[in-house]
Write a protein that binds this ligand. Sequence first.
Ligand code: PMP
Length: 392
Amino acid sequence: MARLDWIQKELKNLKEAGLYNNIRTLGSPQGAWLEVDGRKVLNFCSNNYLGLANDPRMVAAAQDALKRYGVGPGAVRSIAGTMDIHTELEKRVAAFKQAEAAITFQSGFCANLGTIQALVGKRDVIFSDELNHASIIDGCRLSGATIVRYEHCNPASLEQVIKENEGTYEKAMIITDGVFSMDGDIAPLDKLYEIAQAHDIILMVDDAHGEGVLGKSGRGIVDHFNLHGKVDIEIGTFSKAFGVVGGVVSGNAVIIEWLKQRGRPFLFSSAVTPPDVAACIAAIDILESSTELVDRLWENGRYFKAGLKDMGFDIGFSETPITPVMLGEAPLAQQFSRELFENGIFGTSIGYPTVPKGKARIRVMISAAHSRDDLDDGLDAFEKVGKKLGVI
Ligand code: PMP
C-alpha cells in the first residue's frame, strides 16, 4: 500500500536511531516487583510513587464502588448528570489542597488540554517553561494563543519575555510543570507567583509529579511553597502517586466553574469510572492518615541517588525521587536498558522526543514500595552494567 510506505520508512528510521518504543507486557499488578514478558523483575519504571496502585485499601474501595455504582458513568456529566461520588472526590481534593474548588477530568493530559483551551485564545499569550510536558504544549497549541517559551526554571528569563511582549496581547497565562518529569527538578513557583502577581497574569502549575510527593502528606507543590489560595490553577493527575487514573484541576472557584461550562474534555468525554473515583478518595484517606509512605519515598530516593552518585553516574539535578541516569546518545541508553533487564531490572530508556536529542537516559522511578534490599539490588545492577558499558 503505497500510501502507507512513509510510515514503514519512519518506523525503520526510529529502529535504526534507537528511538523505537519497545513496549513490554506486564503480567502482574504494579509494585516494586513485576512480571515483565513472563519474567519477574525489579520495577524502576512506574510512577506508582507510593505503591498505592495495588494497595488492598484502594482495591477494597474500588470493589465497593463497583457494587454500588457499576462499571461506567453513563455519559458526559453535563448531559447525564454527575454521580455523587465524582462530586465527593472534587470536594475532597479541594479540601486536601486547601483550594477553593476542584474539577476532575479523565486524565492529567485532558486536564491540561481542557484548561488551557478554555482560558486563552488567538489574541492571548502563554508564557511557557521550555521543558513543559507534552500535554501542556499540546494544550497551548490547541488554544491558538501565541506561545512564548522562557528558559527552564528561570524567573529572570520569564520577566524578560513578559517585558518583550508587553502591549501585544489581551490576556496572558504563565504555565509551568511543578516537578519536571524527566529531570526531577522543582519549578521556582514562589518566584513565578510574584511575577504573575506583578503583571496580573493567570498562573498555572502542572503538579503531576508533585502530587503525593511534595508538601505535607503529599499535598503537592502549592503546599510545598505555602502558596494556598494564590496559584490560580493547579493541575493534578491520579495516575502517578495516587496509583489510579484521572486528572484534576484545583484552584480559583471562578475558573473551576468556567471549566464546567467550557472545558472540552469535561463537556464531550465521559468521566472516569466509579471504581477509579472511589480508589482516588481512598488514596486521599491514606495520605491524610499518615505521612509514612511519603517519608519512605523520600528516604528511598535519597538513598538510591546517593548510591548512584558515589559510583560516578551523572544523575543530573534532580531535587525529588525521580532519578535520571544520564547516558547521552539513545542507542547507548537502549543498550543499558537491555543489559539491566538481563540483570533482572526493569528500567526503560528514554530518548527524543521525550527528552532533547543527545540527552537520552534511564529514568529511575523510586517508590515507597521498594525495600532497602530492592534498592541495593538495583544499585548492584547499575554498577555492573555501568562498568560493562564504560559509563562509570
Ligand atoms: N503532566 C505531566 C507533567 C506528566 O508527567 C503527565 C504524565 N506523563 C501528565 C501531565 C499526564 O498525566 P496522565 O497520565 O494523567 O494523563
